[in-house]
Ligand binder design. Structure first.
Ligand code: TYD
Length: 235
């Protein structure tokens, strides 16, 4: 991983929030790990975190949200729980890290809610964006990497991964509730993501995640390098 030139962010009380988005099984976790390794090697202060989760309370909420033994959760209750976990995450993890000048790499953020609850569950974008303003102070990532992938292939990959990880239903490792949704659900999620990207091209960069992991990694490195250099030059 040598040869990437990431500047150490200038001393500042504003780090950068970089979020990763995409369908289940698109390969986000691998890419975040690889990017974090490169940044750490360049002595860039990094914090890796995820949603739903990222705090002790958030991880409990995650278990309720993702466990396939959670039945009959209404879309609005699901939306509220996503935001409850996020509000806690922002106040106790993300904001303090940004205040220290860190680069926060967050696996999913409010775009996931707009895509999954707004698009997938058909709640629309308005309640999501309104709650984001009220509960999250409208915190916007400096950069969002949307890993675009084929819905069927991604979800199959996520299902296989979770099957191999899962202990019998109802235990904490069962994170299958969303993967049980049908293809139409994931097509709506993907479309909602693409609408967000078209609406906010200055923030959201779409990366083709259908090829080999190494090719995706190279695209991400270029995008992040451009962003961080720019941030360093403008602060
Ligand atoms: P994640 O652990 O990122 O799953 P994967 O590694 O399979 O991509 O996310 C868990 C699930 O939670 C995923 O199916 C998407 C869903 N989710 C929402 O529906 N809304 C949200 O706001 C967030 C953050 C996640």
């Amino acid at each position: 991983m040598l040869g990437y030139d990431f500047p150490v962010p200038p001393h500042s009380d504003r780090g950068n929030l970089i979020t990763f988005e995409g369908l289940d099984g698109c390969g986000k976790s691998t890419q975040i790990e690889r990017l974090a390794a490169v940044l750490i090697q360049q002595s860039v202060p990094v914090l890796v975190t995820r949603e739903p989760g990222g705090t002790p309370t958030g991880e409990k909420i995650r278990q309720v949200l993702l466990d396939s033994s959670t039945h009959g959760l209404s879309p609005m209750a699901e939306l509220a729980l996503m935001f409850a976990a996020r509000a806690q995450h922002i106040s106790s993890v993300i904001q303090p890290a940004l205040a220290e000048g860190r680069i926060v790499l967050c696996d999913r953020f409010t775009d996931s809610t707009e895509a999954y609850q707004g698009g997938g569950r058909k709640l629309g974008s308005d309640p999501v964006l309104a709650l984001h303003r009220i509960l999250c102070g409208d915190l916007q990532p400096s950069l969002t990497i949307l890993m675009d992938s084929d819905a069927t292939a991604s979800v199959e990959r996520a299902r296989r991964r979770n099957r191999s990880r899962a202990t019998p239903s109802g235990t904490p490792n069962d994170e299958n509730r969303f993967e049980q949704e049908n293809r139409a659900f994931f097509e709506r999620v993907r479309n909602a993501y693409l609408v967000i990207a078209a609406r906010e091209p200055h923030r959201v960069v779409v990366v083709d995640a259908r090829g080999p992991a190494e090719a995706t990694h190279q695209q991400i490195i270029q995008v992040v390098q451009r962003k961080l250099k720019l941030a360093a030059n403008t602060t």
